[in-house]
Design a protein around this ligand. Structure first.
Ligand code: ADP
Length: 400
């Protein structure tokens, strides 16, 4: 592999990585999990397609120091020793208003990411951990930060402002930022190319993974998106509630004595598909259970699709013309029934689904699933890592 980019997505206890070349060659990718605990492990693929699964503390030594992010990165580096990357691209969740595109990392950029941590206390500090560890390991390699929020910085004020006192925005940055930007950007660009109108047209995207969001894109620019100040706003997700009445917080505090911390925890971790079904946050499990007659699983599926359709209908207000809808993420790419149910709730869009094409679209397949009338409907497997690598090359002027 030549001119590879190492893409790092660093969470609080995990690191996803991928070494991405310029051609269609096999990616070297992997995942380190449970970092900072005795169960730290790392698994992935090699250049030849073989896999590895390494447990840092495989003899269960209770005294052993748990593997850190730096230990995992060192292990990754050793795995990649035959493939020196040309640069490193980091996923950074929150870039605030400062970052409207990817940037090369320097001490000032790091300070800005640190300052923005108040807006993403769970994510930005973890992203910084990854940046610091890779800077220590690869001091001479250029490194680029690619922000989840940057794509949505093109939203107009009517889409990004909350109707709350102005100083909360001007003094504290309380506004809608949006997330999943690399995914919405990638799939809308890809669909517009496949549709023969590169970077043109009006698209509605539904990124449906564990986190879910919708986005309205006009001529390649994000005009509105369902996530807001934090990734809790918007549609129903695996364990996140999406939109609730802001008065719910007061109700829970007054009647159940819950603290803000507890409310935040419940809305982020015990709600969404899991909260509604009491069974699982995993859509596959719920679709299967609903088919077996589980009423709560069926309700979770119904609420998920209804709220999703409602969000897409709302997003359409941001577009002068709707050319197409795009489904992506684990649910969007694989769950034909969820796509069909959602489209069925949007008859006024004039879309028609080709049931056979819809059923055939799963496991990485890409293509159109509409019957030819009304707006197009696409399934596009997302490629956030590929997009981060491409943006990293672009920032550094490296040739594709
Ligand atoms: P993440 O946001 O963590 O990257 P993914 O994009 O992998 O998550 O999406 C995970 C979701 O995709 C889970 O709810 C999973 O059940 C769902 N999913 C994956 N395959 C299918 C399928 N065949 N049918 C329904 N849901 C699926």
């Amino acid at each position: 592999m030549s001119a590879c980019i190492l893409v790092i997505n660093c969470g609080s206890s995990s690191i996803k990585y991928a070494l991405i070349g310029t051609g269609a060659e096999q990616r070297i990718a992997g995942l380190a999990e449970n970092l900072g605990t005795a169960q730290a492990r790392i698994k992935g693929t090699q250049a030849d397609g073989s896999t590895f699964n390494y447990q840092f503390n495989d003899n269960n030594d209770a005294q052993a120091k748990p593997a850190s992010h730096a230990d995992a990165l060192q292990y990754i580096l050793n795995q990649l020793s035959n493939h020196q990357p040309a640069a490193i691209g980091h996923r950074v969740v929150h870039g605030g208003e400062k970052f409207t595109q990817a940037v090369q990392i320097d001490p000032q950029v790091m300070a800005s990411i640190r300052q923005t941590s108040a807006l993403a206390p769970l994510h930005n500090p973890a992203n910084l951990l990854g940046i610091e560890a890779t800077l220590a390991l690869f001091p001479s390699l250029p490194q680029v930060a690619v922000f989840d929020t940057a794509f949505h910085q093109s939203m107009p004020p009517q889409a990004y402002r909350y109707a709350i006192p102005e100083n909360l925005y001007t003094d504290y940055g309380v506004r809608r930022y949006g997330f999943h930007g690399t995914s919405h950007a990638y799939v809308s660009e890809r669909a517009s190319i496949l549709a023969g109108m590169p970077d043109q047209g009006g698209w509605l995207t539904a990124h449906l993974g564990n986190g879910c969001s919708t986005c309205a894109i006009w001529n390649g620019q994000s005009m509105d998106t369902s996530m807001g100040l934090t990734p809790l706003e918007g549609v129903v997700m695996g364990t996140r509630s999406g939109d609730v009445d802001p008065g719910l917080h007061r109700f829970l505090a007054d009647n159940l004595g819950w603290s803000l911390l507890k409310i935040d925890e419940v809305l982020n971790r015990n709600s969404g598909l899991l909260g509604l079904s009491g069974l699982s946050n995993d859509m596959r499990t719920l679709v299967d259970a609903a088919k077996q007659g589980n009423e709560k699983a069926q309700l979770a599926v119904d609420v998920f699709c209804y709220r999703l359709a409602k969000s897409l209908a709302a997003m359409s207000c941001a577009l002068p013309v709707l050319h197409g809808l795009i489904f992506t993420g684990g649910i969007g790419e694989n769950a034909a029934d969820i796509r069909a149910k959602t489209i069925g709730l949007l008859p006024h869009f004039g879309c028609t689904l080709d049931d056979e094409k819809n059923q055939r679209m799963y496991a990485g397949a890409e293509g159109r699933i509409d019957a030819g009338q009304g707006p197009q409907i696409w399934v596009i497997p997302t490629d956030e890592e590929g997009r981060i690598a491409a943006e990293t090359r672009q920032v550094l002027g490296l040739v594709e």
